[in-house]
Design a binder for this molecule. Structure first.
Ligand SMILES: [Zn+2]
Length: 168
């Protein structure tokens, strides 16, 4: 049985052989796992953290647990690996765009969309590595508890104001 990290390793090995290698790119030292992104949880699918911030100078890629569609995750992996190759400092600008274009990704550069040539290649990667051993994780409970907290604090404020007004 494959766990998630093994699945990512298999995926990146395939991407090395079929996508990055043929274009002359080598992938720097990395680890890849599942984790909630920092910043906007709703919008961000995956993130790549700079090797500069790592204790052993490793790029760290995290894929949000809310995704479980293998093809979509492979596209996100390609995007994040382009960040690692171009250097995080490049952001979504020049050097990053050059790598994205070379391997067959298309605009918008903040997104993770494969073009017509790359799409079938990524499909073969998905077929090769098998099912993603993960199930979509929602966050309804988290939203509910935050909403409850918000309501409680506002009820508290309302009660404080009423107390200040007194009985008059
Ligand atoms: Zn990005």
């Amino acid at each position: 049985m494959t766990n998630r990290e093994e699945w990512f390793l298999k995926a990146v090995e395939q991407l090395k052989q079929k996508v990055f290698g043929p274009h002359g790119y080598s992938i720097p030292k990395f680890r890849c796992g599942v984790g909630w992104p920092t910043g906007n949880r709703k919008k961000v699918g995956a993130q790549c953290f700079d090797s500069k911030n790592s204790g052993d100078k490793t790029y760290e890629i995290f894929v949000s647990p809310k995704f479980d569609e293998p093809y979509e995750i492979i596209e996100m992996l390609v995007h994040e690996l382009c960040h690692a190759i171009a250097g995080i400092a490049a952001g979504h600008r020049k050097e990053f765009i050059a790598v994205m274009k070379a391997v067959g990704m298309v605009k918008p550069w903040t997104g993770s969309k494969a073009g017509d040539v790359l799409t079938p290649v990524l499909e073969t990667v998905v077929n090769e590595i098998g099912p993603y051993p993960h199930a979509k994780l929602g966050q309804k409970d988290r939203i509910r508890s935050r909403l409850q907290g918000f309501l409680k604090s506002n009820v508290h404020s309302a009660n404080t104001l009423l107390a200040l007004l007194g009985n008059g």
